[in-house]
Design a protein around this ligand. Structure first.
Ligand code: MRU
Length: 378
């Protein structure tokens, strides 16, 4: 089975419902931008690149399956309005806003051309949205290649173990993955000793999704709780010695400060303390030069229920019944809850930013210069 979070062909979009993983592999149909908005908000689809692509394609299928005006400018205005709506679904990952900005530009140009009718604007939009799905996979393969080479070089040959956080794999992207793409490349090169993945509380993207991908691909892997990371970094055994921590990103600010899944910041601190390399793997669609530093990144807060309840198959103490899923309260009723979905890791704790065109390292001034990496990217 190929792991596919997004299944698209003209007029049809399906997403793998990530709330049901790892116990059930079920696809939900997305018929229009409203369905797309809800799939993203409810986290049935998640991960910065996947969010952007599902949003873009949800509007593509809406346009393909409904009558549109003959008037190019009217269609252009309709698309822009829907893109603005889709961007409101989740605030932290910049990929969605970046995709909307690029698509608006294409639509504005197409709707202003005197040769174009409404259908031509729809075609320009849908072609560009479909291309995002294709480009994301090749970007991730580039990230995997450059990231694996960098880690192998730093480690000076031999096999390495790495730790990752959250889910950044095929389920979070159009395929292959970013940080998990680096792990896939290391494994493909025969250079991976062991991958460690955190559980990633409270939503458990690590234990539910990353662990699922690692098992699926037969990659040697171990699951730890988030609170075990520092203890793991102290180990020096041949399998446990961690050469690098590699994480994804939801938004990389111009100075390199990086918003990613809650818990990333504490991993970067412990990496620094233990002298372990800390790398961010992200396509350039995640780099946001308009945001000067992490201070300016909006951090999404999610419902407290994500922390106070867990959902899973029934367990009678001996057997797990996969056919029955239940929601269980795991916190004292009435407790106040703070549930930020992301945190910001300051650039000073990051050793390199792995993109599809190479690894950006700090200059002599100890600062990242991301403008060069972004020059050819619009
Ligand atoms: O809340 P999520 O599951 O959408 O958060 C996902 C992450 O934080 C990922 O690390 C990030 O989006 C990069 S995915 C390639």
């Amino acid at each position: 089975m190929v792991l596919e979070a997004i299944r698209y062909q003209p007029r049809s979009l399906e997403i793998l419902n990530q709330l049901k993983l790892p116990h059930q592999t079920a696809y939900d149909e997305v018929k229009d931008s409203k369905d797309g908005w809800h799939a993203i908000k409810d986290m049935r689809t998640r991960g910065a690149p996947a969010i952007a692509i599902v949003a873009a394609l949800s509007l593509a299928v809406e346009l393909q399956n409904n009558r549109v005006s003959e008037n190019a400018e009217e269609v252009g205005a309709f698309i822009v309005e829907k893109l603005d709506y889709l961007v409101t679904s989740r605030p932290t990952a910049v990929n969605l806003a970046d995709a909307a900005r690029k698509l608006k530009k294409i639509v504005e140009t197409a709707s202003k051309s005197s040769d174009n009718n409404g259908q031509a604007v729809v075609k320009a939009y849908c072609d560009a949205a479909a291309q995002m799905l294709i480009s994301d996979v090749s970007d991730n393969q580039g990230i995997g290649k450059y990231g694996a080479e960098w880690i192998e070089k730093q480690a000076g040959g031999g096999q390495v173990s790495v730790l990752t956080h959250c889910n950044t794999g095929s389920l979070a992207t159009a395929g292959y993955g970013t940080a998990l793409g680096v792990i896939r490349s290391l494994h493909a090169n025969g250079k991976l000793k062991q991958a460690f993945c955190t559980e990633t509380r409270p939503y458990n993207q690590g234990s539910r999704l990353t662990a699922f991908e690692l098992v699926h691909d037969n990659i040697p892997a171990t699951l730890i709780t988030d609170s075990m990371a520092s203890a793991l970094l102290r180990l020096k055994g041949p399998s446990e010695h961690i050469a690098a921590i590699v994480v994804g990103a939801d938004r990389v600010a111009a100075n390199g400060d990086t918003a990613n899944k809650i818990g990333t910041y504490q991993l970067a601190i412990t990496a620094k303390h233990h002298g372990v390399k800390f790398l961010v793997a992200a396509p350039r669609t995640t780099i946001d030069l308009q945001t000067r530093s992490g201070e300016d990144i909006t951090i999404e807060e999610r419902p407290g229920k994500e922390m106070t309840f867990i959902k899973g198959p029934r367990f009678d103490g001996v057997d797990v019944d996969l056919s029955h899923s239940e929601t269980v309260s795991i916190a004292a009723k009435g407790i106040d809850v703070w549930n930020p979905s992301f945190d910001v890791t300051p650039a000073e704790l990051i050793d390199g930013i792995i993109t599809e065109i190479g690894v950006v390292e700090k200059g002599k001034d100890g600062k990242f210069d991301l403008t060069m990496a972004m020059e050819a990217h619009n």
